[in-house]
Design a protein around this ligand. Structure first.
Ligand code: AMP
Length: 599
């Protein structure tokens, strides 16, 4: 391709393509157009959001006076966190229908996996946001088709789930963004698209019982094994959970396939109806599945059961990165495609090179999804630098994402730290670096240092009461060696003593009880997190950890024990000093949010 001289101030990139079909070509052109005019699109989006919502209580209170320009916006509106907006959100949740944040009525709340005071954050959304989400989804396959031909010749085996939903005191639905999307007509009545045929019937995806839903989706995946071209889930942890499910349930699944009868375990009527036409006695397939699974050779199982799979469609960036080796093992080294970056607050962008290795994944922000600002993180100044615009970010630098949305979040800190990896036309592509403050994560849970501290505090109080012992030091790790992964908390007890097993087990459970609702739901309802483990280490271990850090260059005066460790040599040191390990004997209490009368 002939290099084109960039116009002044513009950065160019190879155009996307060739498109697989005419409708894909239109979508790719659309991406080119949006990214080529990122600055202009952002100005338009900001003006639209501010003019539509000019009469809202929030914008009036901040003295916007109907202005729609970036300068006034920056001068008048503060950068905020969820805590700042909590009073407004609570009023909406309680039933105040006046134009508080958004002129458009809030259609529902999206419950984020980010928590505040132990509860999921409630993100306001408006009806038309569904169109924006659908728009971003509609761009994914046209991009993928550029890199992987023939995806219209088969199906996708995706493990997709809805989660529990509730109503706020004021009667608005509160549910995760994907639950909202799967229940929308956009998903339920989607037109046939040969590039987007799923093995899972919609009824199986919408089944509220996670076990029945998984059973039905896995069964359909096995029945269509020779049609499957891609295997996926939203996050890596979800796909691994499906593989684990196969390991534990293949006998029953194979029996259903052999007899052509669906196990009575699946009692959901609409799932039974959806599966009925698919099941015929197929002893050969049943024998094949049983043979593969009984052999106990799980390495490469995905390739053997679904031999035409071209890639795994699953997010392995951010908190999911530790799962990459396990996925490689089970899939026999299939490529992993991370296609998009989104949240309850706003959908952000997509990976324009989805088949790149995980370490190179970068998400190009689509400038029409919302208005984006970025707080520079490495400015070196004591006070935080002011946010810059989407087209003002610099290659290689790290930023914290701040968004302004159509639904009425203004200059809201999402909590994600991103690094500019490059540009597509004038739109930056970001590597996901980390979630601010989160130290432990297994699935969608996000535990920060303060939450872990509070959990240790609660368990330590129980330990003191039951055995008179105290916790001298602690740290933790998210252990993903087994599926599901679990939290491991290392404790050194004062005086190096140890307590009875029942006491320590109760300590594990007390910690789980103290953790946030997303952790407890993942653990108690979804089974996506295993029982919390306390590993008691012998006296002096944490001093050794400090010595090790100092030997590696840490300052002796400034040394602070990390409350979470990921560095292998430190984990190995801790593990080699373990004197006893205890697991939580029962899942923590969990109830659907709102069912206790809260918003
Ligand atoms: P939620 O609001 O529960 O939907 O969670 C959204 C958060 O999940 C984002 O703010 C990110 O922290 C994380 N996330 C979403 N997509 C990705 C991705 N592709 N890679 C890494 N983290 C992601």
């Amino acid at each position: 391709m002939v290099a084109v001289m960039p116009a002044a101030g513009r950065r160019t990139s190879e155009p996307l393509g060739p498109a697989a079909c005419e409708s894909d070509a239109k979508k790719l052109e659309y991406i080119e157009e949006m990214t080529a005019n990122a600055g202009e699109v952002q100005e338009r989006v900001l003006a639209e959001i501010l003019s539509r919502n000019a009469g809202t209580e929030y914008l009036r209170r901040h003295g916007m006076g109907g202005a729609t320009d970036r300068k006034t916006f920056r001068e008048k509106l503060p950068v905020v966190t969820y805590e700042d907006l909590r009073p407004e959100i609570q009023r909406i949740a309680d039933g105040d229908r006046s134009a508080i944040l958004s002129a458009e009525p809030i259609s529902e709340f999206l419950t984020s996996s980010g928590t505040s005071a132990g509860e999921r954050k409630l993100m306001p959304t408006i009806e038309e946001d569904l169109d924006r989400r659908e728009l971003l989804y509609s761009l994914l396959m046209p991009v993928m088709n550029v890199y992987v031909p023939g995806l219209d010749k088969g199906k996708g085996l995706y493990f997709l789930f809805v989660k529990s939903e509730t109503k706020t005191a004021g009667g608005l639905a509160a549910r995760p963004v994907l639950t909202s999307y799967y229940n929308s007509h956009h998903f339920r009545q989607r037109p046939f698209d040969p590039y987007n045929v799923y093995t899972s019937p919609t009824a199986a995806i919408l089944c509220p019982d996670p076990r029945q839903s998984m059973y039905a989706q896995m069964l359909c995946g096995l029945l269509h094994r020779l049609d499957v071209l891609r295997v996926g889930a939203v996050f890596a942890s979800g796909l691994l959970r499906a593989i684990r499910f196969l390991q534990l349930n293949w006998r029953s699944l194979a029996a259903d396939i052999a007899s052509g009868e669906l196990s009575a375990e699946v009692s959901d009527r609409s799932v039974r109806e959806a599966l009925f036409p698919l099941l015929r006695p197929d002893p050969d397939l049943a024998r094949f599945i049983a043979g593969e699974c009984a052999a106990g050779e799980w390495g490469g199982i995905v390739r053997r059961i679904w031999p035409k799979t071209k890639y795994l469609d699953v997010i392995v960036t951010g908190a999911m990165a530790p799962y990459i080796p396990t996925l490689e093992f089970y899939s026999g080294g299939l490529p992993m495609a991370c296609t998009m970056y989104a949240s309850s607050e706003c959908y952000f962008g997509l990976n324009l090179r989805p088949m790149c290795p995980p370490a190179e994944v970068a998400y190009t922000i689509m400038p029409n999804m919302g208005f984006f600002e970025f707080i520079p993180l490495d400015s070196g100044d004591a006070s935080p630098a002011p946010p810059v615009g989407l087209t003002e970010v610099e290659q290689g630098k790290e930023y914290e994402l701040v968004i302004t949305t159509y639904a009425g979040l203004y200059r809201y800190q999402v909590g994600d730290v991103l690094q500019v990896a490059g540009f597509h036309n004038t739109a930056p592509a970001f590597k996901f670096v980390r979630r601010k403050n989160v130290i432990l994560s297994i699935d969608s849970d996000k535990t920060d240092e303060a939450e872990l501290q509070a959990a240790v505090g609660r368990a330590a109080a129980w330990l003191a009461e039951a055995s008179g012992l105290g916790v001298a030091e602690y740290t933790s790790q998210a252990c993903t060696e087994e599926i599901p992964g679990h939290y491991v908390v290392y404790w050194e007890l004062i005086g190096g003593g140890s307590a009875a097993a029942e006491v320590m087990e109760r300590c594990c459970w007390e910690m789980e009880e103290a953790l946030n609702v997303v952790y407890r739901q993942n653990r108690a309802r979804d089974g996506s997190i295993g029982p919390l483990e306390i590993r008691v280490v012998r006296q002096g271990t944490f001093e050794e950890v400090m010595d090790c850090a100092i030997a590696r260059g840490a300052s002796i005066n400034q040394y602070k024990l990390p409350r979470c460790v990921g560095f292998r040599p430190i984990i190995e040191l801790l593990d080699s000093r373990v004197v006893a390990a205890h697991f939580s004997p029962a899942p923590p209490t969990w109830w659907p949010e709102g069912s206790r009368g809260r918003a």
